[in-house]
Ligand binder design. Structure first.
Ligand code: HT7
Ligand code: ZN
Length: 896
């Protein structure tokens, strides 16, 4: 298929002002009557109307009530004989489609007997012929007709204006959306559903009805989603003055969904994973994710729906901004500064383990891409998470109040429009004319246009006699596909200086009369910048890029002692955590390269790799009386195998796995008494609450249990595995139960099998819990290649259904994308399995298949024999003649 280029954007030749849709819903053959008011766009050259449609049966086309000639060219319905002039005309199109056969889950489909739609990005064209592009915004009216017994609930966007009975046991509902919208925000749902309802009055005094619709039986698991929705509404009003603009706001849950959720106007459709929660079935992470995804979709109501994207190249306009908003929401909900820092660390961890590799691999693209073949492949961590970092930098450069002013101006200027990333940055800058953002706006926008992760190198020099510390920051960025040379970025670097005892030093730069605060943000705009700090009375330890103030890699030649000082004392919690990660990463990288450190026949390294000082430092953090449990858990968790691998030029995944496991075992054994203490101190007591403090305590207790079971495996101790099994049996909530189960499974203890069997028996009727059961086994620590056969057996399990994306992800993705130690096998069997699954999925659901295809994005970094085998597997997929555009684009880029 041909690539679509950003610079080819042209406004549409026609506008569609209103859409009147009638659906006669039937799983085998749904009839869709689409009556539109259309007019020529006088700004565009006269041309034919080309409407897009896919997998539709076209029955009739009428213009102003009369038949007309038309052509079908590929996916286009071409109408040439249309009325001249600017006057609107009526266009009526009658089509049918087959929702029950729709396994792609794009357009109109059936899930467990209920109809759902998914129209972003290009699903509306699978429902009717349309100008299916985000800059065509229309008013929608929808009439739904269906069997009342089978589909008692009929929902669409906006307000319910009429409903009633029809002949033959059918009924109808008419919905009207008061807001104009692009087609990707259209939605309908029809089925047997029940709702949790809540009436609210906004700060502004307006009344709204909130509903969370689920299958009967799931109603008891909707309280947290409803609370999250109410909190989101209150937060957006308080923080940005953005109110709910609808009388009714609905969330509907489906178990068959390609992504997390979808922000259709007034009718959000969610993956059940991000709606349903009870303490018995959902973990703390599930609770936190629900809050964040409910917030994210709700925040789209303004950032995405009221102001939308001009074209799909601008996707980050809504996604980056909305991720930034949901991250801020979660931080504000977490409360304490420490809990906020924990959330920040978690977000940065995602960015660095998923987005940095994307930026360095074959799918690298700017936050505002220049070209794509299949837009579904561009719902990426770059668009979402890096996009959010680009918004966060704007926030930092104009300040919290300045950013709120900028948002206000953005909505004043663009409400009801389809706009670009440039329009957003311009509004933030214009509202803050004296800010560094306004000063460097054109250059700042390189964050939107240049792909790749910049490196910032910091070199410090202390002159004791002059009491002067000179810090030079310089930036560079490696080439990415199609972008060989990069121009300098605008990089905000938040920094502080500590003395050797860890005390924060007041900062005074050359030319400043007095010392100011102990932290400031400098803005690197040139290739290099030298800062002179004066009145520095002792050799300082620099704390750089505090709070991860820019999405860059910071290169600074820290000594171990400096890092230990930062780990023990840095007032910036992010950098405190970062110091610990750098220390452990350094040990891991050195050990991987050290040929004297060898693996035994069992693939294990029986050698202590961590120096005593680092073990002591970790103990000090674990036992620290003031630090929060959640923060301790993050510090004591080693960098992931994929993060370690990204730091290497050539990766032997088995070696990385062996070294990381050796480090984990050493931490487990040398801190045994401390882990036992941590478990005793933090194990749950009292009623379950999913708040930041309680979940942090459970996270640390869970890590302690995992470490104690790991240590027990080495020592032969049976006490802790026994205790863990007991805990697993009697746990009062899913977090504790699952942590105990996973401690047994990951340590490979023989109690893992009875625990897994018991868990399955307990939860066999709960799909989301079964997903955890599958994922745990597919993601389990490999011992002698045992995971792949287990994964193959799981595919034959009666509860495995490849058509269900959650289940497919729980087994196949957990193995191929999240378990490098098991997936990268010397015999290449993991890659063969991957290729087979990509092809199998591609025939059913190309979006899901293309995501799986990306598991081998970083194949060229692999050492032999992995590298050649991985390439062959990708080539095998690429050789298939009838691949989807989705998978074709991914494998073509991988092989380029
Ligand atoms: N805006 C939504 C994106 C989405 C999506 C995209 C492609 C295919 C299926 C999809 N489901 C949802 C989700 C969001 O970012 O809020
Ligand atoms: Zn989104």
């Amino acid at each position: 298929a041909k690539a679509i280029e950003r610079l080819d954007y042209a406004p549409p030749a026609f506008w569609i002002d209103s859409v009147d849709l009638t659906f006669d819903l039937d799983p085998a053959k749904t009839r869709v009557l689409n009556k539109m008011q259309v007019r020529r766009n006088s700004a565009a050259a006269p041309q034919a109307l080309r409407l897009l449609g896919q997998e539709l049966n076209l029955a009739r086309v009428l213009v102003n009530g009369a038949g007309t000639s038309f052509k079908i060219e590929g996916d286009e319905l071409v109408l040439e004989n249309l009325p001249e002039g600017d006057a609107p005309f009526a266009l009526e199109i009658f089509t049918t489609c087959a929702p029950a056969k729709n396994t792609q889950l794009s357009g109109l489909y059936v899930s467990q007997g209920t109809f759902f739609t998914q129209c972003e990005a290009e699903g509306f064209r699978r429902i009717t012929y349309f100008l299916d592009r985000p800059d065509v915004m229309a008013s929608y009216q929808v009439l739904l007709r269906a069997s009342k017994a089978d589909y008692p609930v009929l929902l669409s966007n906006g307000n319910l204006v009429e409903s009633g009975e029809l002949d033959d046991g059918r009924h109808f509902a008419r919905w009207q959306d008061p807001h104009k919208k692009p087609s990707y925000l259209f939605a309908l749902v029809a089925g047997k559903l029940v709702a949790r309802e809540q009436q609210i009055t906004s700060r502004a005094g307006n009344k709204h009805l909130l509903q969370v619709w689920v299958r009967p039986g799931d109603l008891g698991k909707t309280e947290h989603a409803m609370n999250s929705l109410m909190a989101s509404i209150a937060w957006d009003e308080a923080r940005f003055g953005l109110t709910l603009d609808l009388e009714r706001f609905m969330i509907v849950a489906t178990s068959d969904f390609n992504m997390g959720a979808m922000e259709n106007k007034g009718l959000n459709i969610f993956n059940t994973k991000y709606v349903l929660a009870s303490e018995a079935t959902a973990t703390d992470t599930d609770f936190a994710n629900i809050e964040s995804v409910v917030g994210h979709e709700y925040f789209h109501n303004w950032t995405g729906n009221r102001v939308t994207c001009r074209d799909w190249f601008q996707l980050s306009l809504k996604e980056g901004l909305t991720v930034f908003r949901d991250q801020e929401f979660s931080q504000d909900m977490a409360g304490s500064p420490s809990a906020r820092a924990v959330k920040r660390i978690e977000d940065v961890r995602v960015l660095r383990t998923a987005q940095f590799p994307e930026d360095a691999g074959p799918m690298a693209h700017p936050v505002r891409p220049d070209s794509y073949v299949e837009i579904n492949n561009f719902y990426t961590v770059t668009i979402y998470e890096k996009g959010a970092e680009v918004v966060r930098m704007q926030h930092r450069l104009v300040g919290r109040e300045g950013f709120a002013r900028g948002m206000k101006l953005y909505f004043e200027r663009h409400d009801g429009q389809a706009v670009t990333c440039d329009d957003f940055a311009q509004a933030i800058a214009d509202a803050n004319p004296a800010s560094p953002l306004a000063l460097h706006l054109e250059q700042f926008k390189r964050w939107y246009s240049q792909a790749g992760t910049p490196h910032v190198k910091a070199v410090g020099q202390y002159d004791a006699d002059a009491g002067r510390y000179t810090l030079t920051l310089s930036q560079s960025c490696a080439a990415t596909p199609g972008q060989p040379n990069k121009l300098p970025f605008v990089i905000p670097v938040a920094l502080g200086l500590l003395d050797a005892q860890g005390k924060a030093l007041p900062l005074q730069l050359d030319g400043e009369a007095t010392a100011g605060s102990t932290e400031r943000t400098v803005v690197l705009t040139e290739e290099s910048l030298t800062l002179g700090f004066v009145n520095v009375t002792s050799q300082p330890v620099p704390s750089l890029l505090r709070g991860f103030s820019a999405p860059v890699v910071l290169d600074h030649d820290y000594s171990d002692t400096e890092l230990l000082t930062l780990l023990a004392h840095d007032g910036d919690a992010f950098n405190r955590w970062e110091a610990g990660q750098r220390l452990m990463l350094r040990i891991a990288i050195n050990a991987i390269a050290d040929s004297t450190i060898t693996e035994g026949a069992n693939g294990q390294i029986d050698q202590n790799l961590l120096p005593d000082a680092l073990v002591q430092a970790m103990r000090a953090v674990l036992r620290h009386p003031q630090l929060d449990a959640a923060f301790k858990e993050l510090v004591l968790t080693l960098p992931s195998e994929s993060y370690i691998a990204e730091q290497l030029t050539q990766v032997d995944p088995q070696r990385v796995h062996a070294v990381r496991e050796a480090l984990r075992l050493q931490l487990a054994l040398s801190l045994q008494a401390d882990w036992a203490w941590a478990w005793d101190e933090h194990q749950a007591s009292g009623a379950y609450r999913p708040d930041a403090t309680s979940s942090g305590r459970r996270a640390l207790a869970g890590l302690a249990l995992a470490m104690l079971c790991l240590a027990a495996r080495a020592t032969g101790d049976e006490v802790w595995p026994g205790k863990t099994y007991q805990r697993f049996k009697i746990a009062a909530n899913m977090t504790d139960r699952f942590n105990a189960l996973s401690a047994l499974v990951m340590s490979g203890h023989e109690l893992a099998q009875p625990a897994l069997a018991r868990f399955h028996a307990l939860f066999k009727d709960d799909a989301l819990v079964l997903d955890k059961w599958f994922a745990l086994q597919a993601g389990s620590t490999d011992r002698g290649g045992n995971v792949l056969p287990a994964v193959k057996a799981l595919l034959k399990h009666p509860d495995f259904h490849i058509k269900n994306p959650n289940r497919a992800r729980s087994v196949i993705f957990s193995y191929c994308s999240a378990n490098p130690g098991a997936f990268h096998r010397r015999d290449a069997a993991g890659y063969v399995f991957w290729a087979e699954r990509v092809l199998e999925l591609d025939a059913l659901n190309p979006q899901v298949a293309a995501r799986l295809a990306r598991a081998l994005d970083r194949w060229s970094k692999l050492a032999e024999p992995y590298r050649t085998a991985a390439r062959e597997a990708i080539a095998r997929v690429a050789a298939k003649a009838d691949l989807s555009n989705d998978v074709r684009e991914v494998v073509t880029r991988a092989l380029a």
